[in-house]
Design a binder for this molecule. Structure first.
Ligand code: UD1
Length: 333
């Protein structure tokens, strides 16, 4: 079985390619490298002993995408490619809507041309918006977000749902991720954003490596046990395995399903900072600053549907996540 992984050189995509290849799938990666490095493909080869086929293309380029489908018998697509910086999306909404929606719809059109009916989509817990109570459950209304980035996820979920309603022999799995952190045990893959990181764990990694002076904790006056925000952090390898399980499900089923991928546990910023220090025997410099616009005090997953439907459950501890994140961060340039 051949799987096209768009955005397969990125953080979550690359870990998923490793799991797919290890499970015996043929993998074709399409990535424009706008937020990833080409040597990730070499690293995947080092880890798995097999080089995925790689196309440096933009998924909104229909002719290029057709070429991929002409050259390979693509049975299913896992779609990661997309812009993902929340703050940047507020500054450049048009760019986010154009890129994320165009690439998805172009991909869907080409899949239809080549009779490819299985789609796994990289969605986000951000689709639950600011008004749902937590833990978030899939049947809650997921029709709102707090940033243009998040709205692209809401819209793409809608587009896929409407498409599958019109083509009931297709299958789309909408994977709503909580907060993936950590890295592959080899230390060769990880979260290495260009520029100053927006997300907590890559920022912590750069502070620990001495590349950034100190972490700013965004607010300690939230209505949470220690005043800092709580999130559902999950190990990126667990998340990658979740994609494998979703693909296995999609192969056997039709219709559309939204599935949370999280641990079901809330961990605060302060708890994560201390867990990182303890797991790695490091002292992190940090200060408490003001709240960041748009942050919610707390949310985590009800992770039961993933277990029932896909047979998936997160297995790595917060300590595993912190140790592996540092293994990668201290080795990256
Ligand atoms: C955000 C997005 C989510 C997206 C994810 C990964 C929302 C509501 N969530 O999650 O959709 O998938 O990024 O791109 O838009 N923090 C600090 N200091 C820092 C950085 C972060 O204290 O320097 C805190 C934040 O306030 C937050 C927590 O750490 O409480 C996690 O932040 P982050 O890693 O950016 O993820 P989210 O905002 O939860």
């Amino acid at each position: 079985m051949t799987v096209l992984v768009t955005g397969g050189a990125g953080y979550i995509g690359s870990h998923t390619v490793v799991e797919l290849q290890s499970a015996g799938y043929e993998v074709v990666v399409a990535d424009d490298l706008s937020n990833a490095k080409a040597d990730v493909i070499d690293r995947i080869e080092t880890i798995t002993g097999k080089r995925p086929v790689f196309y440096k293309i933009d998924c909104a380029d229909k002719a290029a995408l057709r070429g991929v489908f002409e050259n390979h018998p693509i049975d299913a697509v896992i779609h990661f490619a997309g812009f993902k910086a929340v703050g940047e999306s507020v500054q450049k909404p048009l760019q986010y809507y154009r890129n994320n929606l165009d690439s998805t719809m172009t991909l869907m059109e080409v899949m239809e041309e080549f009779d490819c009916k299985k789609f796994v989509f990289s969605s986000s817990a951000t689709v639950y918006g600011p008004n749902n109570p937590y833990p978030y459950k899939e049947e809650m209304p997921a029709i709102q977000s707090s940033s243009p980035y998040g709205w692209t996820k809401v819209m793409i979920e809608r587009i896929l749902t409407d498409y599958v309603t019109a083509h009931p022999d297709c299958c789309a799995i909408l994977l709503r991720y909580f907060n993936p952190i950590g890295s592959h045990e080899s230390g060769l893959l990880g979260d290495d954003p260009n520029g100053i990181p927006n997300n907590l764990m890559p920022y912590i990694g750069r502070v620990a490596a001495g590349k950034l002076e100190k972490l700013t904790i965004f607010g300690d006056d939230y209505p949470t046990p220690d005043g800092t925000c709580q999130r559902d952090y999950l190990h990126v390898v667990d998340l990658a395995v979740g994609h494998l399980k979703a693909l296995e499900y999609a192969r056997e089923h039709e219709g559309v399903e939204a599935v949370n991928l999280g641990t079901g546990n809330g961990v605060s910023v302060m708890e994560l900072v201390h867990a990182f220090e303890k797991a790695n025997n490091i002292t992190l410099s940090y200060v408490v600053g003001p709240r960041r616009d748009g942050d919610l005090p707390a949310f985590w997953a009800d992770a039961s549907k993933a277990q029932i439907l896909l047979g998936w459950k997160a297995t790595h501890s917060v300590e595993d996540m912190c140790r592996s994140a540092w293994d990668f961060a201290r080795n990256s340039k």
